[in-house]
Design a protein. Structure first.
Length: 275
C-alpha cells in the first residue's frame, strides 16, 4: 500500500459527499446544503494538504515532477479557487463545475497514474527552471480551466435566453456580460502564465543544448495552443467578434490544451533526462 493511500481514499469520499451537497444547492436554492458542501470542501482541502505533507515526507522534497503530483496539485488549486468563489453570489454553478472537474481529476489520477520516479528529476543545471516551469504551467492550466467553465456557462445561458426559457437556473447565473468579463479576466491570467512556462521550457532546452527537442510534438503542440489564446486575446482587445464567438474560441483553446496534455506519452520532451 502506498503511503497516504488511506488519506487519498478519505479525500475522494469527502469530495464526493461535498459535490452532492453543492449540487443540491444548485438544483434548488438550499442555504444549509451550500453551507455543508462548503464545509466539506474545506475538509477536502485539509486532506489534500495532509496527503501532500505525506508525499513530501516520503520524497524528501515537495513532489510535483511527475504527472501524478501535477494533477493532484491542479485539483488542489481548483479547490482553493472554488472556496474563494463560494463566498460570492450567483457563482454556485461555477463552484460545482470546478469541483466536478477537480473530483474527476482526483479519481482518474488514482486510477491511471502512480507516484513513481520520473527522469525529469535528474535535471541538474536547469532544475530551478524546471520547478518554475511546472508551477507556472499548473497555475496557468487552472486559470484557463476557470475560463473554460465560464465560457461553457456563457454558451448555456445564451442558448436558454435565445430560446426564451426562463428557469430558476438561468436566474441564478451571472449575466452574459459578467460571464464574458470573467472569461476574459481568467484568460488574461492563465495565458501569460502558460506562455512564460513555455518560454522557460525553451530556455531549459537551449541551456542543455538539446536543440532537437524544439521540434518535439509536445513543444509544437504547446506553441499551437498558445497561438489560439493569443488570437482570442487580440480579437477580444479589438472587439472583432461577439461574446458568443469568443466563448467558443475559449473552449476550442481549452480542448486543444487538454489534447496537448494527453500528448505527453508521445513526447520525448517529458522523457528527457537532461544528461
Amino acid at each position: 500500500m502506498l503511503p497516504g493511500s488511506g488519506v487519498y481514499d478519505a479525500l475522494i469520499y469527502t469530495y464526493a459527499l461535498s459535490l452532492l451537497f453543492v449540487f443540491s444547492d444548485c438544483i434548488r436554492r438550499n442555504t444549509s446544503a451550500k453551507r455543508i458542501g462548503t464545509g466539506l470542501l474545506v475538509v477536502v482541502l485539509v486532506f489534500q494538504l495532509v496527503f501532500m505533507g505525506i508525499r513530501t515526507w516520503v520524497e524528501g522534497h515537495l513532489p510535483f515532477l511527475i504527472t501524478y503530483d501535477f494533477l493532484f496539485l491542479f485539483a488542489f488549486i481548483l479547490v482553493i479557487i472554488s472556496l474563494i468563489m463560494s463566498r460570492y453570489q450567483r457563482l454556485e454553478f461555477t463552484v460545482f463545475l470546478l469541483n466536478l472537474i477537480g473530483f474527476s481529476v482526483i479519481v482518474l489520477n488514482k486510477l491511471w497514474f502512480q507516484p513513481v520516479d520520473n527522469p525529469l528529476a535528474n535535471w541538474q543545471t536547469v532544475h530551478g527552471l524546471l520547478i518554475l516551469h511546472i508551477a507556472l504551467a499548473n497555475l496557468g492550466f487552472a486559470a484557463l480551466t476557470v475560463a473554460a467553465v465560464f465560457s461553457l456557462m456563457y454558451l448555456f445561458l445564451h442558448h436558454r435566453l435565445k430560446a426564451k426559457k426562463w428557469t430558476e437556473t438561468t436566474r441564478r447565473l451571472p449575466s452574459l456580460e459578467v460571464l464574458d468579463r470573467y472569461t476574459h479576466t481568467a484568460m488574461l491570467i492563465g495565458a501569460p502564465l502558460l506562455a512564460v512556462s513555455v518560454l522557460i521550457a525553451v530556455i531549459s532546452i537551449i541551456a542543455e543544448g538539446r536543440w532537437g527537442l524544439l521540434l518535439d510534438l509536445k513543444v509544437l503542440a504547446t506553441a499551437a495552443s498558445m497561438c489560439i489564446y493569443v488570437i482570442y486575446l487580440i480579437s477580444k482587445r479589438s472587439n472583432q467578434h461577439s461574446g458568443l464567438v469568443m466563448a467558443r474560441w475559449a473552449l476550442v483553446g481549452y480542448a486543444f490544451l487538454i489534447m496537448n496534455f494527453l500528448a505527453n506519452s508521445w513526447s520525448a520532451f517529458h522523457q528527457w533526462t537532461g544528461e
